[in-house]
Design a protein around this ligand. Structure first.
Ligand SMILES: [Mg+2]
Length: 388
């Protein structure tokens, strides 16, 4: 078999929302399609990929460097030994040839886009949902029949007051979510505390709240903030300081007594390893949010899961950032804790299959080959326009 063509386009996912660090008014993503010569139901198998939310489209890197590298490779070097399917691990090696170690940046995002499309194609060619393929190849063979998700919102928005924030959170509960997350760090400490209390006021028993500072705080402020919120029984306190400041994370871990979460802006196995080695994270209570669509893809994520195991971490401590269907498949197939979800934001890339409503904080996955994009109609409609 071989790859026939690869098409890519840049798509806007702009929105007027803001977190503690950035606004999303000019945000874009790259959407990519890999067409193979394998025919199913009279049509060639096409794998689709895109990069995750909160970054920008790496289309130039894809067009100038990574797609040509793949198309110029010997087709035999991209497929399994029996030639029946693409081999994501071999493809990863080819894409990363002539790349220096370190300095991951947008390169990791571009490679993640291709990787997503490759896995979608591989699972379609095997005629399995990706979560089942992952469980069979790398897990126990058993999959989780539903995945825990939480509603990530609570963004800063022009003219959004406490009532609007409460209404937003009530809306997530009405959609079937149990737990909700809100942004902090984009207002004064006192204002943020009022916002947190306003949300806690409307959460029913059994529902919980996470807060996300998006890397805004220095150590002193992170400690002060933690001190102020430590009695609120938050599910976690997320990305307090710069994602690469392991010293800050380690020092904060000594002082903040409850669960913390970070990792969405660590884009490689090496960065993830450094967090585990030096960040003071606790495998008994903390959460890891590496997002494979931003960090060289699932091939690298599998290596991260191996690294975590070696360091005594369960895969159940992982709950990826991004709210996309690839991580949902990984969660169901490889026994993660769950997945992020952004109801109503970052559409059509955020969100899951149309036919499954969220029920008490869990969502099911469709039994269709691949990642399941065909089951999310607004996303699939857009994916069909790639290369057109
Ligand atoms: Mg976050």
């Amino acid at each position: 078999m071989k790859i026939v063509k690869i098409d890519v386009k840049t798509v806007p996912i702009s929105s007027p929302i803001r977190n503690a660090y950035i606004d999303f008014s000019k945000m874009t993503t790259s959407a990519l399609a890999i067409t193979t010569d394998i025919m199913k139901d009279g049509k060639p198998v096409v794998g689709y990929g895109f990069n995750s939310n909160g970054r920008y489209a790496p289309t130039c890197l894809l067009e100038e460097r990574f797609i040509p590298r793949l198309l110029e490779a010997n087709p035999k070097d991209l497929v399994t030994d029996d030639g029946s399917n693409l081999d994501p691990h071999k493809i990863h090696k080819i894409i990363m040839a002539n790349e220096k170690p370190g300095g991951h940046g947008e390169r990791a995002v571009a490679v993640g886009v291709i990787d997503m499309a490759v896995w979608d194609a591989v699972a379609k060619i095997e005629e399995k949902p990706l979560y089942q393929l992952l469980a069979d190849r790398y897990g126990t063979g058993k999959t989780d029949d539903k995945v825990y998700i939480y509603a990530a919102g609570g963004y800063y928005f022009p003219d959004k007051g406490l009532t609007e924030l409460q209404d937003e959170m009530k809306g997530y509960l009405d959609l079937g979510y149990r737990d909700v997350k809100m942004k902090v760090g984009g207002a004064s400490l006192n204002e943020d505390v009022k916002r947190i209390e306003a949300v806690l006021d409307i959460l029913p028993k059994g529902s919980g709240l996470m807060v996300d500072a998006n890397g805004r705080f220095d150590l002193d402020y992170a400690i002060e903030f933690g001190e102020k919120v430590k009695d609120y029984e938050l599910i976690w306190y997320e990305e307090a300081g710069d994602p690469l400041d392991y010293h800050l994370q380690a020092e904060l871990s000594k002082r903040y007594p409850h669960a913390m979460a970070t990792g969405e802006n660590l884009f490689s196995l090496q960065d993830a390893t450094n967090l585990i080695r030096y960040g003071g994270m606790n495998p008994e209570k903390d959460f890891l949010q590496f997002d494979c669509a931003l960090s060289y893809g699932l091939v690298e994520y599998l290596q991260i899961l191996d690294m975590l195991k070696e360091h005594g971490w369960s895969s159940r401590r992982c709950i990826p950032h991004g709210g996309h269907q690839l991580s949902l498949n990984i969660a169901a197939g490889l026994e993660l804790h769950g997945n992020e979800s952004y109801p109503g934001v970052f559409e059509p890339f955020g969100g899951f299959a149309d036919r499954y409503a969220v029920e008490d904080g869990y969502v099911r996955l469709p039994e269709v080959p691949g990642i399941g994009f065909e089951e999310k109609s607004n996303l699939y409609d857009l994916l069909l326009t790639i290369g057109k």
